[in-house]
Each structure stands twice: as structure tokens, then as C-alpha cells.
Design a protein. Structure first.
Length: 241
């Protein structure tokens, strides 16, 4: 009787997980399809994903250098080209997203990164407060997840978008990245086929709870500190001339 009950419970759990995974996958594909249809109705031509640039949705290219393994330092183990770093307005939790669900990451490392002089001059807190996790008090009433209520209006939530192939960074609004990720999805397929702990993600990110390798974190620190020192040397040389 006990074994039968265990098998019955196990079967129900597996069925529930499969149903949740199927529902999440269908919702994701439906969003992708509807987004592409809406874009095409506006008269836009959607180029091949290999040719897509975040600038198509209004993202702004930044000029500061980043290390090769920046995404790995924040724990991303996937293989997709673009990665969003920023706060989820619903949970107010920092993390990353490659077009699937938002996955929590190291907030302390993120704030250190943003406050580093190499980065903060390009992304000042006063201009992009939500990038630093600074949100106005929560208010009652529905609002799109990609926006926050501010002074009875809606203000955008900003994030950093990484091009992991070309090592470029963009500042953009969260609603822009949602559209861009949808455009990047292949027609008739899905880059996000893994469902773990209620999260839809891309292959390679299953071990999202594991700490990132320390060498990638050290690389990030060393890289930005070296860039800062280089800037100081150039500045001192200019003063002597």
C-alpha cells in the first residue's frame, strides 16, 4: 500500500511539472509569435537573427570596455548571444535573462560593477536609478511589469544588454529587451526548452544556483581596475604635455 501510494504521488508530481512546463513553453511561444506579428503590422522587416542589432528597438550602444567573461562572472552558463542584466520590477531582485525567465544573481557584485568609475561615468545612478535597484515605493493597482509607477505615471525600468559575441553593451528599457528577445527567437523553434524550479530557461543554465567560478569574478575586478589605472596614466600624460 505504501509503495503504491508513493508511486501514485510521484506520478502526480511528474504530471504537474510536465503540465507547468508545457504551459510555460506555450505562453512563451505565444508571446514570441504575437510580438513578431505586431512588429510586422507596423511595417518593420525582421532581418535574420544573426543580423539583428539591439538598436532596432532603440537600445543605446555604450562605449565602455567589458571583459570577455562578464556574463560568466554573474553565473550565466548558457550559450545564447544576448543577455540582460538588471532588476526584475516585480520581485525587485537583481538577475539575468537571455529571453527566458529572470534568474537571480549576485547583487553585491552588480552594484560594485555599476559604481566602478569605469562604468559609473557612463551609467550614472541619477539617470538610471532602476539599474541600481532604486524603485519608488510600491503602489496598488496593475502596471506593466516592464514599467514602474512614478508620480502617477509610468516610468521605464532600465537594464544592461550584453552582446556576448561582439562584446558590446547597450543600455535599454526592459520593454525593449522583451521585444528584442522575441525577435531573436528562431521561427518554428524555441531557444528555451529547459524547465527547472518553475523557471523556463535555455540549455546550459540548469545549474543556475551554483556559484560562478571565482576566476571569472577575479577577472572582472582585475579588468576594470586595470582600465581605471590606464585612464589615470593617460590623464597624467596629457597634463604633462
Amino acid at each position: 500500500m505504501y509503495r503504491h501510494r508513493q508511486r501514485f504521488l510521484g506520478k502526480n508530481v511528474l504530471t504537474g511539472v510536465h503540465s507547468s512546463r508545457l504551459a510555460a513553453s506555450k505562453a512563451h511561444r505565444r508571446f514570441v509569435t504575437e510580438t513578431k506579428k505586431a512588429v510586422q503590422k507596423l511595417g518593420w522587416e525582421i532581418p535574420d537573427s544573426a543580423l539583428l542589432s539591439p538598436s532596432i528597438v532603440g537600445a543605446q550602444l555604450q562605449r565602455f570596455p567589458v571583459p570577455q567573461n562578464l556574463a560568466r562572472a554573474f553565473g550565466y552558463r548558457g550559450n545564447l548571444r544576448f543577455l540582460e542584466l538588471g532588476y526584475c520590477p516585480r520581485s525587485r531582485q537583481f538577475g539575468y535573462c537571455d529571453g527566458g525567465d529572470h534568474i537571480a544573481s549576485d547583487e553585491n557584485l552588480w552594484l560594485w560593477f555599476l559604481h566602478h568609475p569605469v562604468i559609473s561615468t557612463h551609467l550614472p545612478e541619477r539617470r538610471y536609478p532602476t539599474l541600481y535597484g532604486i524603485f519608488p515605493p510600491k503602489v496598488e493597482g496593475p502596471a506593466p511589469e516592464e514599467t514602474i509607477r512614478k508620480d502617477a505615471g509610468l516610468a521605464p525600468v532600465h537594464c544592461l544588454l550584453l552582446d556576448l559575441h561582439d562584446r558590446k553593451t547597450y543600455i535599454c528599457r526592459r520593454d525593449q529587451t522583451m521585444i528584442f528577445f522575441a525577435l531573436m527567437e528562431p521561427d518554428g523553434a524555441d531557444d528555451h526548452t529547459v524547465f527547472v524550479d518553475g523557471l523556463l530557461m535555455s540549455p546550459g543554465t540548469e545549474d543556475y544556483k551554483g556559484a560562478p567560478p571565482t576566476e571569472f569574478v577575479h577577472e572582472l575586478h582585475s579588468f576594470l581596475d586595470a582600465q581605471s589605472e590606464l585612464g589615470h596614466r593617460v590623464g597624467r600624460t596629457d597634463l604633462r604635455q
